[in-house]
Design a binder for this molecule. Structure first.
Ligand code: FA5
Length: 365
């Protein structure tokens, strides 16, 4: 290094030291955010900042000198940036504390109302359904959603190769037990009817029970079909029960839920665990009152009716399986779709709205 080089070097080193001293002093005396910003531009500004200019000068030095001075100048940038941040933070904290001190708390201001949740439309209707049946003498019971094949199908007269199994496309669970259900895997119950068996296994007649609960089907979804929905099963077993009791009970239920003006229709239907079997429909809320739309619309698939439940007299074979003598006792059973009933009650045109979690829909109930 030449003598000239050394003195230039020392001059630069002295400038770094002076810069550190001046910048630190000025920062400490910056009184407000404007002055603080002015300081930042003066020392750290990308175009004309003093430190930036010094760094540029370093670029003109010989490599060995550049390295030696860089080692002093580079940490200075980091040091000044950190000092700037700390000063800014301190100023903001002081400003906030000052504002709070000059603006006293107004205890007379109205409080912020907490957002209250609402009951889901399925829950609302489920409660109406259970209270209607409770007032007709039915007791409420619940059962497992993960079920054995034997309860969901076998004990309900639906053997393994029976075509009726096609009616409930099933979601299977990867779990078997060699001692249960003939070693066949468990499933998500496709209907609440397995609870008919569980109740009759545990209780002797007279029985009057309803079972609300979630069921699952591997279903092609559309305006009236979900893959997970709620059913309410009903079961009555007693001496001398007839189809007239079934009809009377369900007519009364429909009247309580929908009012006397609603039309109710019974039609023959097939379920392997009842004989005879029926389905019960209610006239379509979306088009029944509208002459222009009759005889049907998208909601009722152009039929004018919406099916809400299947029902029938408990099959004697089902009674025998749970050791109830069909010569002495008879039973009726029904299974209704809760969302379908909510659709009818509230005029909801698409079942998929129930579980889409759109608050604009849910807040309406
Ligand atoms: C059954 O599930 C029988 N277990 C009902 C039954 C019980 C019959 C006792 C006889 C005695 P079904 O598959 O039809 O039947 O369903 C009953 C009701 O559930 C239907 O009437 C309908 O209201 C509703 N439901 C059926 N599938 C769906 C679905 N994918 N989405 C929404 N609701 C449905």
């Amino acid at each position: 290094m030449t003598t000239e080089g050394t003195s230039a070097n020392e001059a630069l080193r002295a400038r770094v030291a002076a810069l550190r001293r001046d910048a630190t002093k000025e920062l400490a005396s910056a009184g407000g955010t404007d002055q603080l910003e002015g300081w930042r531009v003066k020392y750290l500004g990308r175009r004309q900042g003093t430190l930036t200019a010094l760094m540029k000068e370093l670029g003109t030095l010989a490599p060995a000198e550049r390295r030696a001075l860089g080692a002093e100048a580079n940490p200075l940038r980091l040091e000044l940036e950190a000092a700037f941040d700390a000063r800014k933070q301190a100023m903001e904290t002081r400003a906030q504390a000052g504002a709070a001190a000059t603006k006293p708390l107004d205890v007379t201001l109205p409080g912020r109302a907490p957002t209250l949740g609402k009951l889901h439309p399925t829950t609302l209707v489920l409660r109406e359904i259970t209270s209607a049946f409770a007032s007709l003498g039915f007791q409420v019971m619940e059962g497992p959603e993960v079920e054995w094949d034997s309860y969901n199908f076998e004990a309900l007269n639906i053997p393994q190769d029976h075509p009726a199994r096609d009616m409930w496309d099933t979601i299977w669970i990867d779990y078997t037990d060699p001692d249960k259900s003939g070693g066949r895997p468990m499933l998500l119950r496709t209907h609440t009817s397995p609870m008919q068996i569980r109740i009759m296994e545990r209780t002797r007649p007279p029985i009057r029970a309803i079972v609300p609960g979630r069921v699952y089907r591997y279903e092609a979804m559309d305006a009236t079909h979900e893959s997970s929905f709620f059913q309410v099963e009903g079961l009555a077993v007693d001496e001398q029960l007839t189809f007239a009791h079934l009809k009377g009970c369900l007519f009364e239920f429909a009247k309580r839920l929908f009012g006397p003006q609603r039309q109710v229709r019974f039609r023959c239907d097939y379920f392997p665990f009842v004989e005879p079997g029926v389905d019960l429909s209610i006239d379509c809320f979306a088009c029944a009152q509208d002459a222009a739309k009759r005889p049907g619309c998208r909601v009722c698939k152009q039929t004018g009716w919406i099916e809400i439940m299947g029902a029938g007299m408990v099959h004697p074979q089902v009674l025998r399986r749970v050791n109830i003598d069909p010569e002495r006792y008879a039973g009726f059973a029904f299974g209704l779709g809760v969302e379908r009933i909510a659709m009818l009650k509230y005029g909801i045109e698409d079942i998929r709205l129930f579980y889409a979690n759109d608050l604009r829909f849910l807040r309406q109930f």
